[in-house]
Design a protein around this ligand. Structure first.
Ligand SMILES: Cc1cc2nc3c(=O)[nH]c(=O)nc-3n(C[C@H](O)[C@H](O)[C@H](O)COP(=O)(O)O)c2cc1C
Length: 399
């Protein structure tokens, strides 16, 4: 099987052409300045990724409100104060023809208490962990303010020269919290029926579209399911995807899981699912039958052959890769040229079930690689998992 399928260009509904079928999915970098301004480290990182050959580079999630952050040193876009810095980063990322899209997010209840003493959400359903404070429900005025903020961030993406913007509607963050009946207990028009729970994301999309005009690509990353009892199901996801499709999305990216059940990075996925690579492929094949919006699938893709086959079989239009871009910055270029046929990344297993089952080292280990790249150093695939464990938890490794 050739990798030509991966090298084909693709025209989005807005008419914008993307140079190939490999996208770097959003990876929260954690290396912005403390106030959320894109930093020199981010310029260095996007300079490297810009040379790496991806069709689309999604930024790590960018926050719409500095009072509610997903992690420290995350990028913030609530007004145009950092426009020049976003422009610098965009120019680096797009210097070799990749398109940079801003991923826009609000953590809702998934903001740890060291960052957020007063989290907000659809309802007052807390995270099942002492690391988080119970959120309070947003008022209706606050909901409209947030819808406005997502639009403002999309406009900042456009003004800085980026080629698109993506709503983060996955992984248990605020949009996901509105969609899930487990975290949205509202009795007003923002909760209850699926139509009501989907209102928040649909209004966000409509406002973004109003702000950026008809020719600027907009997309969403959404869960195939939350993989938790009583939460957002595959059936509901299918319906919401159809609603988004009817609005005219340029790109719908499918993922899955929340930080309570990290299915997006393969945690607790069956061995057979991991072997088959793309974790959510069965779902996207069903989506394909029902929607006309272009589709992207992220989670588990590792071999050029599997990726090319999915494109050739028209199961999806873009292959999304996350962790491989942290270890192999040129992964897109190398998979397309054939210089690389497999981009498997380290398993990061400690051998201690309690740690490995949660996938808790996945994000920090990979973010540490981005820190290195931000300093102009190459990634270190041999970085010790226990070193990361000790740094993150402040605890010594168990003996
Ligand atoms: C360090 C790190 C940061 C991530 N940050 C984000 C993010 O900001 N937004 C998002 O949608 N997904 C984020 N993810 C999830 C990835 O985009 C992707 O869905 C996941 O890693 C599965 O793809 P993979 O198997 O190719 O790594 C992150 C993953 C990692 C490892």
């Amino acid at each position: 099987m050739s990798n030509n399928a991966l090298s084909q260009s693709f025209k989005l509904p807005t008419g914008v052409t993307v140079k190939n079928r490999i996208a770097k999915s959003a990876l929260s970098e954690g290396i912005a300045e403390a106030n959320g301004r894109p930093s020199e480290a981010l310029f260095n990182l996007y300079d490297q990724w810009g040379q790496g050959g991806a069709g689309i580079l999604f930024t790590g999630n960018v926050m719409v409100d500095k009072a509610h952050l997903v992690n420290a040193n995350v990028m913030i876009a609530e007004d145009e104060a950092f426009l020049a810095d976003y422009t610098t980063m965009t120019n680096k990322a797009q210097a070799s023809g990749s398109h940079l899209w801003m991923q826009i997010n609000h953590p809702g209840r998934q903001s740890p208490k060291y960052l957020d003493q007063a989290p907000v959400s659809a309802s007052n359903v807390g995270m099942p962990s002492s690391l988080y404070i119970q959120p309070r429900p947003l008022t209706e005025d606050e909901i409209y303010d947030l819808i406005e903020r997502y639009g403002t961030a999309a406009l900042i993406a456009k003004k800085s020269g980026m080629k698109g913007a993506q709503i983060h509607g996955a992984h248990g963050y605020l949009v996901s919290q509105f969609l899930s009946p487990l975290t949205n207990l509202r009795k007003d028009k923002w909760g209850g029926s699926l139509e009501n729970r989907a209102r928040f994301v649909l209004e966000i999309y409509r406002n973004m579209r109003k702000k950026v005009g008809a020719d600027f690509p907009l997309g969403i990353k959404i869960n195939s399911a939350d993989f938790q009892r009583g939460a957002f199901t595959e059936e509901e996801s299918m319906e919401v995807i159809q609603m988004l499709d009817a609005e005219g999305m340029d790109l719908i990216e499918v993922s899955g899981g929340t930080y309570e059940r990290a299915a997006m990075v393969g945690t607790q996925q069956k061995e057979s699912t991991k072997k088959r690579e793309a974790y959510f492929i069965d779902f996207i094949v069903k989506v394909r039958e029902k929607v006309k919006s272009p589709l992207m699938l992220t989670g588990g893709f590792r071999t050029a052959e599997t990726m090319a086959k999915a494109i050739e079989n028209k199961e999806l239009d873009f292959v999304g890769l996350g962790r491989p871009f942290c270890v192999f910055p040129n992964v897109a270029k190398d998979l397309i040229s054939g210089a690389m046929t497999d981009c498997t990344v380290p398993d990061l297993l400690t051998g201690v079930d309690k740690i490995d089952m949660t996938g808790m080292l996945q994000t920090p280990w990979h973010q540490f690689q981005l820190v290195r790249m931000g300093k102009g150093l190459p990634p270190d695939p041999n970085m010790d998992v226990w070193y990361v464990y000790e740094k993150v938890t402040g605890r010594k490794r168990p003996v």
